[in-house]
Design a protein around this ligand. Structure first.
Ligand code: NAD
Ligand code: UGA
Length: 440
């Protein structure tokens, strides 16, 4: 079985590498020649735990090849996956130009017996439109839609042990070949659901929108906790133990970011509107999540006596979540820019040493570790939930800082953990703890 994956980003690269790990021959193609060059040299362009080892192993086994030659890479393929980006346009709709560019690039050369599978997240109807577009060019290709549900930072694990595989297919041939591709997962009894193209497409958006709504819900409850004295972590635990609710995606924080939830909720709202359907829960989720960043900015200002001018603020974590170097739509960007515009001196430590972050915050100093980053700090602000921030030695940190103020936008600590540290602890979903009063 020869598989070609077009787009070697977070999804395409992980999918291609995992398909190779399943034992198939895979070509990963990207029009970003420098990305392909570095992959050929064994350099992995993204921070994704475990990916480098699998790339090395499967390249050495001769099952995994990287190329920037799109036409030649699809000539002999039995199955072609498209995993290019579908970013947001300014009106919130999905920008499908990369996908249509790929169709332009491959229609002449693609093996006419191949199955073309869209893996990028696309609005309902797109896969059928692609099929029609090809048909208009005289190419009758089997086209399918296979949404990807992996999370960055746990991408290999998610791909290798997914909760389910959704396959939108229209022919027995597409069904057979996709069943074959995912056969290695049968060992783990992973449910495989075959649907219409439209159902598979909508399932992807519905899944992301539901998770985004769940996060937004717990963030609302966190606001309430801060005033009424409840602890959002414990509320999340209490409600999450109900199997109907589930315990995942109930961590209150600075609002969801990343390349997916913000863009996919907007795209869902956009294509629903075009179909004449209101999706008020999704709309409110988008608004509430946008407002959340201002709320976080006010929380920091409030804790700093409403004045951050010339104050040293130590930022711990800038990526949109832990275990990734991805800065796309990270809440940290709005928060840090707001502090800079108010005259704060910012220093950043992020365990991924993200190049994207250094590009965004060109004039800011990045430290090599969390402790150095906190030297002379007037306030320490945790924005990303990297596990190492949970293991900070607060008494060591206390010796470094100018002022004992810890603002934790991920609520990584319990009050009992900070009680004797000397720090004033302002977090989400809990009342601020002030050591002098020993009040919570
Ligand atoms: P990405 O930006 O990391 O990667 C896309 C890649 O496609 C880039 O390397 C780019 O150079 C390449 N590309 C663009 N146009 C091309 C062309 N014409 N020919 C060849 N290569 C081209 O994007 P991503 O995060 O991997 O997301 C891809 C799709 O998967 C999106 O639709 C996204 O919504 C969806 N998705 C992403 C995730 C995630 O965690 N990032 C998870 C599930 C689904
Ligand atoms: C998300 C989904 O989890 C994947 O299933 C999906 O495939 C992917 O989008 C996609 O379609 O691209 P990802 O964006 O990589 O994956 O990361 P998540 O772990 O979902 O986190 C998204 C954002 O929500 C982050 O900013 C994270 O910090 C935040 N989050 C997550 C919370 O604030 N609380 C939580 O409990 C969970």
């Amino acid at each position: 079985m020869k598989i070609t994956v077009i787009g070697a980003g977070y999804v395409g690269l992980v999918s291609g590498v995992c398909f190779a790990e399943f034992g198939f021959n895979v070509i990963c193609v990207d029009n970003n020649t420098s990305k392909i060059k570095s992959l050929k040299n064994g350099c992995v362009p993204i921070y994704e735990p475990g990916l480098d080892t699998l790339i090395m192993k499967n390249s050495a086994a001769g099952r995994l090849i990287f190329s920037s030659e799109i036409s030649s890479s699809v000539k002999d393929a039995d199955i072609v996956f498209i995993a290019v980006g579908t970013p947001s346009k300014s009106d919130g709709s999905a920008d499908l130009s990369h996908i249509y560019q790929v169709i332009e690039d491959i229609h002449d050369s693609v093996n006419k017996n191949a199955v073309l599978v869209i893996k990028s997240t696309v609005p309902v109807g797109t896969t059928r439109t692609i099929k029609q577009l090809l048909s208009n060019k005289g190419i009758e290709l089997d086209v399918a839609f296979n949404p990807e549900f992996l999370k960055e930072g746990a991408a290999i694990e998610d791909f290798m042990r997914p909760d389910r595989i959704i396959l939108g297919v229209e022919s027995e041939k597409a069904k057979d070949i996709l069943s074959h591709v995912y056969r290695p997962l049968y060992v783990f009894n992973i449910p495989i659901v075959f649907t219409e193209l439209e159902t598979a497409e909508l399932s992807k958006y519905a899944s992301n929108a539901f998770l985004a709504m769940k996060i937004t819900f717990i963030n609302e409850i966190a606001n309430l906790c801060e005033v009424c004295g409840a602890d959002v972590k414990e509320v999340a635990l209490a409600i999450g133990l109900d199997k109907r609710i589930g315990d995942q995606f109930l961590q209150a924080g600075p609002g969801y970011g990343g390349s997916c939830f913000p863009k996919d909720t907007s795209a869902l709202e956009n294509f629903a509107r075009k179909l004449g359907i209101q999706v008020p829960l999704v709309t409110e989720t988008i608004i509430s999540n946008r407002d959340r960043r201002d709320k976080m900015i006010n929380k920091i200002l409030n804790a700093c006596g409403n004045d951050v001018k010339n104050k040293n603020i130590s930022i711990l974590g800038v990526t949109f979540k832990a275990n990734t170097d991805d800065m796309r739509d990270s809440p940290s960007v709005d928060i840090i820019n707001s502090m800079i515009s108010r005259g704060a001196n910012i220093r950043i430590y992020d365990p991924s040493f993200s190049e994207q972050a250094k590009e965004i915050f060109k004039n800011i100093n990045f430290s090599k570790n969390a402790y150095d980053n906190c030297n002379d700090a007037d306030a320490v602000v945790i924005i990303t939930d990297w596990p190492e921030f949970k293991a900070l030695n607060l008494s060591e940190l206390g010796k470094r800082v100018k002022n004992h103020l810890l603002i934790d936008l991920r609520s990584m600590y319990s009050i009992s953990e900070v009680r004797n540290s000397g720090f004033t602890y302002s977090s989400v979903g809990k009342k601020t703890f002030k050591p002098e009063s020993q009040h919570e």
